[in-house]
Design a protein around this ligand. Structure first.
Ligand code: ZN
Length: 190
């Protein structure tokens, strides 16, 4: 699936300079449960929409930890760096799956088309016209509002970096986030 966390998250990391250190790969695959269905489910931290989350930490730069989607990490460990601007998508439509055989690279457009085919996007009526969203459930909407409410303000505005973390985490646009927290959307459902 998509993600704002995407391009910047992994492809700028030092994978381009050589293979990943083995211990990191071992640590990663230990957190994957191979199931009889063929999916390799991420057993570590999961984001509300089911995507696994992990972090790289480099031996050379111990402080350089970056949170990334587990399936994107699986791709990098198996095939190498993800070209800038491409998404790692799931053939199996299982967000936590890290089986490289179930993953494919696509543009954001491909990914949206794939989501449409699988019915994972919803169109919500809005006074200014219908708006299409990535499918978020009530739980996610509550979670987004809760996280947003906890962000401290700097002057009149919420802390920029903290706001970004939320819309990246949920793979939604900043405008979507704004609509959700101002109750323009979801008010009937959430
Ligand atoms: Zn799978």
């Amino acid at each position: 699936m998509p993600s704002k966390l995407s391009a910047s998250g992994l492809s700028t990391f030092r994978v381009k300079k050589g293979p990943m250190p083995i211990p990191l790969a071992e640590r990663f695959w230990q957190k994957v449960a191979r199931t009889s269905s063929g999916c390799w489910n991420w057993r570590g931290k999961r984001l509300p929409r089911g995507y696994g989350q992990t972090s790289w930490s480099s031996c050379e730069q111990p402080r350089d930890k970056r949170c990334v989607y587990a399936h994107r990490a699986a791709w990098v460990l198996t095939f190498g760096a993800i070209p800038d601007g491409l998404c790692v998508c799931h053939h199996c439509d299982n967000p936590s799956c890290c089986n490289p055989d179930h993953l494919f690279l696509g543009t954001h457009k491909d990914n949206i088309a794939d989501m449409d085919r699988k019915g994972r996007r919803v169109t919500v009526p809005n006074p200014k016209g219908n708006v299409t969203y990535s499918k978020l459930g009530t739980t996610e909407v509550y979670e987004i509002r809760k996280l947003y409410a906890m962000i401290p303000k700097v002057g009149a505005y919420k802390k920029r970096g903290e706001v970004r973390k939320i819309f990246e985490q949920f793979a939604i646009s900043e405008a979507q986030l704004h609509n959700i927290v101002t109750n323009k959307c979801w008010s009937a459902n959430a």
